[in-house]
Design a protein around this ligand. Structure first.
Ligand SMILES: *[C@@H]1O[C@H](CO)[C@@H](O)[C@H](O)[C@H]1NC(C)=O
Ligand SMILES: *[C@@H]1O[C@H](CO)[C@@H](O)[C@H](O)[C@H]1NC(C)=O
Ligand SMILES: *[C@@H]1O[C@H](CO)[C@@H](O)[C@H](O)[C@H]1NC(C)=O
Ligand SMILES: *[C@@H]1O[C@H](CO)[C@@H](O)[C@H](O)[C@H]1NC(C)=O
Ligand SMILES: *[C@@H]1O[C@H](CO)[C@@H](O)[C@H](O)[C@H]1NC(C)=O
Ligand SMILES: *[C@@H]1O[C@H](CO)[C@@H](O)[C@H](O)[C@H]1NC(C)=O
Length: 479
């Protein structure tokens, strides 16, 4: 009875969970693993399994065997150990039913000890002997069906089905009589086969449980700097189709005082950009809100403030450099060094557009004169800078270049009298274009190395920007 109700219960649960529990929360960071990426992952998993399955000890097998001309013999196989498993053929498929891994060609090498004893009416004593043997298993088949879901923000991996089947087994004795060999083969072949099948299935089940608890213990927040953390909470269940696995994480930066950004976007826009033509393993998508959240965190932590006391053209930081433009400044503080106290006055607006990222930054700039013992603020400007940045990935480094789109400058207050604002505007804009931006662009062109994760890095990565999304298409390789 219980057995027949079970499928309906399962069906009910699935229907219920998909209609009600589905949160439809959005993720601002997503990864789409293509078929090529899934094959890479599978090969990695199999490689790991080959080494973690062994040595695998099987239970001792004991049996009385009737041997012609010898009689009833007690045989014991002990210390049966799978020493090596080698997979030659495997496939991975994804779909509605989950992730299906099929290993259709694997071999295994086993070692074991044998011993026998018997007594016959011919001799008054017990005859016994022992030795060792090796066993080769060929055509080991393993099939697994896994499901990947999200449970309280973590990935949950469960084993839906697991089967293991041994096709052929060869036993090779070191020493022993020939009757013994035949006896062993006849009586123990199927026992060893089923012991191998049971042990491998059990070990796989244990490994999946281990992998699952590893996944669930992954942190939901990754500290990025000492003030910002990246929220890597999984939202929604992973989506499995025949050609890809889609994962989505919240992906926003937050500080201890959580940032709440509540914009909504259309997933279709993200989905429309495909890496498939490029035949890459993974597509990583970042929504522009990820950048916004990072800038909010830094702004809110008052980290967007700098004292500028070095410029590529140092004469700009001495009153002498301004002697003809702001004569009063030079007159009051002749040949004094200056610095700029720059602070961002509101969180920058950041937008990802076609092939570029635009940002508008409002700055408060206070010019300080450095006197012998004190720092004297003499001028304050409000500045608005509009830029567009294009990014590129080459040789595993992220590079970019910034262009100035617009620039505004207005005087906030002055302690050095009236200024020719138009002249100063033109000058500041020229300095920005000819000194500051080339310097920034030089730094950007040197690039930032892409991060490395646990011995793996991106390879031949490409970056695209379009309607609110930054998309990186890449292969993955070990270093
Ligand atoms: C059992 O097998 C292992 C691995 O083959 C071997 O190292 C060990 O010596 C064996 N133990 C006995 C009691 O034969
Ligand atoms: C395992 O068995 C294969 C044959 O199936 C043999 O070629 C190989 O040398 C064996 N490996 C070990 C480590 O015994
Ligand atoms: C992280 O993201 C999850 C899912 O979107 C959300 O429920 C949670 O509140 C976020 N945590 C923080 C600290 O923002
Ligand atoms: C900034 O921090 C304050 C607390 O210091 C917090 O109340 C506020 O929500 C934060 N604002 C943003 C946009 O993160
Ligand atoms: C820079 O200016 C801000 C106000 O705009 C002020 O709070 C801060 O103390 C100044 N820093 C220095 C080092 O002068
Ligand atoms: C003018 O300067 C004062 C003091 O530095 C600052 O608090 C204020 O925000 C500035 N006003 C504008 C419009 O930038």
């Amino acid at each position: 009875m219980a057995r027949s109700i079970f499928p309906f219960l399962l069906l009910f649960l699935v229907a219920f969970s998909s209609s009600c529990v589905h949160s439809h929360e959005v993720g601002y960071m997503a990864a789409e693993v293509s078929n090529k990426g899934l094959q890479f992952l599978k090969d990695l998993l199999i490689e790991k399994a080959e080494s973690s399955l062994v040595p695998l000890e099987l239970p001792k097998i004991e049996k009385y065997v009737k041997i012609p001309f010898v009689g009833r013999v007690q045989m014991v196989l002990s210390n049966i150990t799978i020493e090596r498993v080698h997979v030659t053929l495997s496939t991975l498929k994804t779909g509605d039913s989950g992730i299906v891994i099929d290993v259709s060609g694997a071999t295994a090498n086993l070692s074991m000890n044998w011993e026998y004893s018997y007594s016959t009416w011919l001799l008054p004593i017990t005859v016994s002997d022992k030795g060792s043997a090796t066993v080769e298993v060929e055509g080991l088949e393993v099939g697994l069906t896994l499901s990947l879901t999200t449970l309280q923000g973590s990935l949950k991996l469960s084993l839906l089905e697991c089967g293991c089947y041994v096709n052929d087994i060869y036993i090779k004795l070191d020493g022993g009589a020939s009757w013994l060999y035949q006896g062993l083969v006849d009586a123990f072949e199927s026992k060893i086969s089923s012991a191998v099948e049971d042990a491998v299935s059990k070990k796989i089940k244990e490994s999946i449980v281990g992998l699952d608890s590893m996944l669930q213990s992954l942190p939901k927040e990754v500290p990025v700097t000492n003030i910002a953390a990246l929220n890597v909470t999984f939202v929604d269940d992973p989506e499995l189709t025949e050609s890809s696995l889609d994962l989505e994480v919240n992906g926003l930066f937050s500080s201890k005082d959580a940032v709440v950004l509540s914009s909504h976007y259309h997933r279709s826009i993200r989905d429309s950009l495909s890496c498939k033509e490029a035949d890459k393993m993974v597509k990583i998508s970042l929504h522009e809100d990820v950048l916004k959240s990072a800038s909010y965190v830094y702004f809110n932590a008052s980290k967007m403030q700098w004292i500028v006391d070095k410029l590529p053209d140092q004469s700009l930081l001495n009153t002498a450099g301004w002697r003809f433009i702001i004569p009063k400044l030079y007159k009051m503080y002749p040949n004094h060094d200056m610095n700029l106290n720059v602070s961002v006055s509101s969180p920058p607006t950041i937008e990802v557009e076609n092939q570029q990222i635009t940002a508008t930054i409002l700055l408060d700039v206070v010019i300080d004169v450095l006197d012998v013992e004190e720092v004297i603020p003499v001028l304050s400007f409000s500045m608005g800078i509009g830029t567009s940045t294009s990014a590129e990935i080459s040789r595993n480094a992220l590079t970019g270049s910034v262009k100035l789109n617009d620039f505004t400058l207005s005087l906030n207050w002055s302690k050095v009298g009236d200024l020719h604002m138009r002249l100063i505007q033109t000058l500041a804009s020229t300095v920005l274009k000819t000194v500051i931006l080339p310097y920034i662009n030089l730094k950007l062109s040197e690039g930032f190395q892409l991060p490395v994760f646990h011995g793996y890095k991106l390879q031949d990565a490409r970056i695209l920007c379009t309607d609110s999304w930054i998309v990186i298409c890449s292969d993955v390789t070990s270093i």
